[in-house]
Design a protein around this ligand. Structure first.
Ligand code: 5AD
Ligand code: SF4
Length: 479
């Protein structure tokens, strides 16, 4: 029976009930947010593959929910699907290329069943109608600002239209769905702000995701309550610039207030948010984390570059000194915080001296994690029109130098944790090693001897050894 593939848990079921569901892979666990409207299956199938950031991952969860509401059923393999969707990323050239290699599987002449192929996300928005010339097998091109129309677009294709697009960026709406098919059994995402009004010169996002628009706080709070009722103990708020949130409802909750209101929901154990922009990062956010143990003590604060000359050229709207002030505010908090960042090396005109400034800044901050990238020129960006002056080889050298330096920093920071005890949420189990994989509220991974049955539980672990990227521990007696 087809329906047996899917487990539908109405709002109100708790985590222990969820764990009792036999052999339900995470991606098949559904939450029916509407509670009254049960999805039904009319025999059509869909496959969706997602590239890129957590925003994309969550957008796909919502698109999948929309499809379930239309009566489509998910399948594991694109070959079995009547509707194949790729949710794309164009942040760097390499990411953008991935969808084209996937689409190669559907080239004309290949043995194909009748199916609809669609591209969503940033590459879809960036390429627009041109996508049909580059990949004639594609029938649907839709950017994230038009996802509210996705159901209607699919209806038009089903009714016989050959090609449809959703490309308007002129919107003040956020994508709301009645059903969200959540893939992660531990952490539920909630988008609180879509688009981006910053104008970093290297970045495609303002062009691909449209202008900034925040969801009303009452909707966010209602979604959070529903998720906790459904058994989630961890929520992550999402936005390209999550801390630029501006409540459009009459409640006018400021971002730190919203954090505290969500953190108060009984049963919620962890609340995270990403990504913060340094310009809008305030001491009130730090105070909120300090005062609520539910708010995770981890802040992702993208730096991009340590040189003022480059920061100005990137149009980041803060200086090295201002960034460091925010860091000292975080470091002065009563609860120790872990800090992570994003860095681009080899941006247009970056000299050895500029790069040295980035190295000295990462030394000064002592990050717990750094995501670092070689600058990749993007179409329709201001930097795309500047000279990409740093040779590829030099970008590579700077990346390795930065990563090696950061590895040392992480190793010594992690070694300081040996002997300390942390509460972890067990998110996985490596059966070959008999090890449970736990995550601390500060976003560190601790591996420790355990059992598969511990997945989903919180327990205390004492750190016994440290590497640059993870810790090793033993279950503490108190846990
Ligand atoms: N080239 C390289 N990295 C980029 N990022 C954004 N745009 C580019 C680009 N054109 C990085 C930034 C951002 C992260 C998500 O991706 O560091 O914070
Ligand atoms: Fe891109 Fe800058 Fe907006 Fe982040 S803040 S999404 S880097 S434009």
């Amino acid at each position: 029976m087809e329906n047996e593939l899917i487990q539908i848990l109405p709002a109100g079921s708790n985590r222990s009930e969820r764990q009792l569901q036999p052999l339900a892979p995470a991606h098949e666990i559904l939450f029916n947010d509407a509670a009254t409207k049960q999805p039904f299956f009319k025999g059509k199938t869909f496959y969706i593959e997602t590239f890129g950031c957590q925003m994309n991952v969550h957008d796909s969860e919502k698109v999948a929910g929309t499809l379930l509401a239309k009566g489509y059923r998910p399948v594991e393999n694109y070959e079995d699907a009547d509707l194949v969707l790729y949710n794309t990323c164009s942040i760097r050239e390499k990411a953008a290329q991935k969808v084209f290699s996937r689409l190669g599987a559907f080239k004309k002449g290949a043995r194909n069943r009748q199916r609809i192929i669609g591209v969503l996300g940033c590459v879809a928005q960036q390429e627009g109608e041109r996508f049909f010339d580059r990949a004639p097998q594609v029938q649907l091109v839709c950017g994230s600002a038009s996802y509210s129309r996705i159901s209607e677009l699919i209806d038009r294709l089903e009714a016989g239209e050959k090609r449809v697009t959703g490309l308007s960026l002129d919107t003040d709406e956020c994508f709301e769905t009645e059903i969200t098919r959540r893939d992660n059994p531990f952490r539920a995402y909630i988008t609180i702000i879509e688009g981006c009004d910053k104008a970093c010169t290297y970045c495609v996002v303002p062009m691909t995701r449209g202008p900034e628009r925040s969801r009303p706080s009452d909707k966010v709070l209602a979604e959070a309550r529903r998720l906790v009722d459904a058994g989630y103990t961890e929520i992550q708020l999402l936005g390209q610039t999550v801390n630029s949130y501006r409540d459009p409802s009459l409640a006018r909750l400021a971002f730190p207030e919203l954090l505290l209101r969500i953190a108060e929901i009984p049963g919620l154990k962890r609340l995270r948010f990403t990504t913060s922009h340094p310009h809008d990062f305030t001491s009130e956010i730090v105070r909120a984390i300090e005062n609520s143990p539910v708010l995770c003590n981890h802040i992702h604060l993208p730096l991009q570059c340590g040189s003022n000359r480059m920061l100005a050229r990137m149009r980041r709207t803060y200086t090295r000194e201002e960034y460091l002030e925010k860091i000292s505010c975080i470091r002065s908090a009563k609860r120790a915080m872990s800090i992570s960042t994003d860095i681009i090396v080899g941006f247009c005109g970056e000299t050895e001296e500029d790069f040295e400034q980035t190295l000295s800044l990462i030394d000064a901050v002592g990050y717990d994690q750094v995501f670092s990238f070689k600058y990749s020129p993007r179409p329709n960006t201001d930097a795309g029109r500047m000279e990409d002056s740093v040779p590829e080889e030099e970008k590579g050298r700077r990346l390795i130098t930065l990563q090696e330096r950061q590895r040392q920093i992480q190793l010594s920071r992690n070694q300081e944790l040996i002997g300390q005890e942390f509460e972890v949420l067990v998110e996985g189990f490596q059966s070959k090693l008999g090890q449970a994989i736990g995550r601390t509220t500060s976003n560190r991974i601790i591996n420790f001897a355990g059992e598969a049955g511990w997945i989903g539980q919180y327990m205390n672990v004492r750190v016994t050894a440290a590497g640059p990227n993870s810790l090793v521990g033993v279950r503490a007696e108190s846990g």
